[in-house]
Design a protein around this ligand. Sequence first.
Ligand SMILES: [Zn+2]
Length: 287
Amino acid sequence: MRGVNWRAVKWVLFLLIVSSHERPAIAQTDEWRGLTQALENLARAPSGKKLVESAKKNLKAAALEKIFQPDEVSHTVSQVKRQFNLRTGKATEERETRIHLKRDLSPTELLFDIAHELTHATFKPNWDPYDPNLTLGGYLWIELEGPGGEIDAVVSECLVAIELKSEGQRNPRCQGYLVETDSHLKVDRAKIREDLYRSGDAYSEVLARLGDERARFPLLSSRSPILQSATMGSPYPVALLRTYDELTKTACTHSKRRLEARNLASEADETSAKTQEFLKRRCSSQD
Ligand SMILES: [Zn+2]
């Protein structure tokens, strides 16, 4: 985590910081060459081409390779920097997205991981960790069902798998999700959706934490997980629950500090009122 000078007039609040290690220079490596080839292969699938184009546009990255970096597991990190001006109380936001790709993937695995992660990266995160009204259920819903969420990402990989089937590209992850309709292969979105809610042993914990919000998730089940979150190594519902707890903890700590810094300036503003509301609603169990 980067250092923050809380007493400075202008300071930066990192809404989401998953990692801050330096991006290695990969331009000259085999990883880089593999990446360029994978992006070219992806663009041969019509849906893959669309993904690459919208990623370039939405992420304002003319050379898409710049947003990738090697890592232990493939995942997408979206960092929102919010700058507060303590004098005016005004906040400005800046978003940076990085796609981390697992090292040593085969060319085919790399291709499908890129399709998956580009789907996440292309959409803006449509939740705000500082939203006083954000709930676990709301977060879970957006991350699984929302645009660029987990369902969309798995559907994307499987669609690319269908489109590049004639080129011999096979995605074992999609084996159970391709159905033949009128002699055409289609992605079985309903089955992907159902499988993403399989929670195994964590089922009762997820239900208990959701409380009344469990009614929004009729597909949650204790069936053995098939699709697992790579970053957490656990079924998606429980992985998201842990991530929600982490981001809430971070947001609570930052909000408390922010309010202290604001109080030092002895001024009140709209943002402080929102921070107070956030602390009251979301941070009671964080004291
Ligand atoms: Zn994903």
